[in-house]
Design a protein around this ligand. Structure first.
Ligand code: GTP
Ligand code: MG
Length: 393
């Protein structure tokens, strides 16, 4: 429907006499403006579906958010890509500090401590980089610093620490950035799309985008408004303000984190925190008829880890029994976790909510094709649900 103001403006436009070129130009500009407004108003009339990304810190919410921006919205222009340079460089300094300080800690605690002792010639570099990594503001990553970081990264003690770093807070982007130090320290460095997806920055507050997943075979799809929030404990009190009128919660659970502890509380296992958080979200009165899309994320890390670290490192998975090796074992372990979440869902879903939609997806948020495919399924499921609610199915 057009607004009265728009119709009035159209009327005055139609009665104009087109004599001069500049008058024509003005008319064209006005017509374009009207078209823009009509498009805007038509869009506003459509029912906008509210989607909420929830989950603990580092579960991958912002990475999914970035992918949606890349897939269905404007993507990142050069200025936006450049704005990630300090984040990428910060991730490099943070990583090397965690590994350096962690190796010292492990060397003290472990009986077989020699494997964590940094070689003599790298000791000084290590102290210097640890000091830089502890600063509030990091310097730009120069070629010289990158070289020193690379030297330390290659030190066997640091490699050993990285392999046993589950008790430390090593970011998941560590290896990727360490393997790209030369490129990242180039004077003309501009982060790539991949760098942006790997970049880790803790979300504080709420961010949102509006988009429509227009597919190849449809001219216009649903309009979604997607909200990303911070998942660490002190961020969660902001969530509640967003709980009204939510079509679907996309809950991210990082399944690779079953042997890790929280960034904000090193005595708490990350998977146990996710379990309690999912349970809490499921029981929220506002979500009585909200759909739940559970993303079992970080599958790429999970499939490598699960063959080395037994699932029962986590209390929730104490009853896990491995059955095979290789790919078969990975599938078995994944299905076990999926079942645990299913059980939790049904335990935490009261009889008054049995008709809400619950779907589980295996995801790797860094994998664009997979995220696209997954979101298509989410979209289909939500559209189907709308038709059922409208009595059309
Ligand atoms: N390998 C791998 N890394 C991932 C995946 N998903 C996210 N990451 C990385 O994990 C880190 C944390 O991801 P974020 O998207 O920032 O996590 P978040 O849930 O938004 O965290 P908060 O904002 O603190 O709540 C980033 O470095 C991501 O690149 C995944 O599926 N696989
Ligand atoms: Mg985030």
């Amino acid at each position: 429907m057009l607004s009265i103001a728009t119709i009035q403006r159209m009327g005055s436009l139609c009665s104009k006499q087109h004599t001069l070129n500049d008058a024509n130009a003005e008319d064209n500009a006005q017509a374009a403006e009207i078209e823009r407004r009509i498009a805007q108003e038509t869009k506003a009339e459509k029912h906008i579906q509210k989607l909420l990304l929830l989950g603990a810190g580092e579960s991958g919410k912002s990475t999914i958010f970035k992918q949606i921006k890349l897939l269905f919205q404007t993507g990142f222009d050069e200025a936006e890509l450049r704005s990630f340079t300090p984040v990428v460089h910060a991730n490099v300094f943070q990583t090397i500090k965690v590994l350096h300080d962690g190796s010292k800690e492990l060397a003290q605690n472990d009986a077989d401590d020699s494997k964590y002792v940094i070689s003599l010639e790298n000791k000084e570099i290590g102290e210097k980089l640890s000091e830089i990594g502890g600063r509030l503001e990091y310097p730009r990553l120069t070629k010289d610093l990158a070289e020193e970081i690379e030297t330390l990264w290659r030190d066997p003690a640091i490699q050993e620490t990285y392999c046993h770093g589950n008790a430390l807070q090593v970011p998941d982007c560590a290896q990727y950035f360490m393997e790209n130090l030369q490129r990242l320290s180039d004077i003309n460095y501009v982060p790539t799309k991949e760098d942006v997806l790997y970049a880790r920055v803790r979300t504080t507050g709420v961010v949102e985008i509006q988009f429509s997943p227009v597919g190849e075979n449809r001219r216009s799809g649903e309009v979604y408004r997607l909200f990303d929030v911070g998942g660490q404990r002190n961020e969660r009190r902001k969530w509640i303000h967003l709980f009204e009128g939510v079509t679907a919660v996309i809950f991210c659970a990082a399944i690779s984190e079953y042997d890790q502890t929280l960034f904000e509380d090193e005595n708490k296992n990350r998977m146990m925190e996710t379990k309690e958080l999912f349970d809490w979200v499921l029981r929220q009165p506002c979500f009585q008829s909200t759909s739940f899309m559970l993303f079992l994320n970080k599958f790429d890390i999970f499939e490598k880890k699960v063959l080395k670290v037994p699932l029962n490192a986590c209390e929730w998975f104490k009853d896990y029994q491995p059955v095979a090796t290789g790919k078969q074992e990975i599938e078995h372990a994944y299905e076990f976790i999926k079942k645990k979440f299913e059980e939790l869902y049904f335990q935490s879903t009261g009889p008054d909510r049995v008709d809400r939609v619950f779907k589980i997806y295996r995801t790797t948020a860094l994998d664009q094709k997979l995220v696209k495919k997954t979101f298509k399924l989410v979209d289909e499921s939500l559209r189907r649900r709308n038709l059922i609610e409208a009595g059309l199915l």
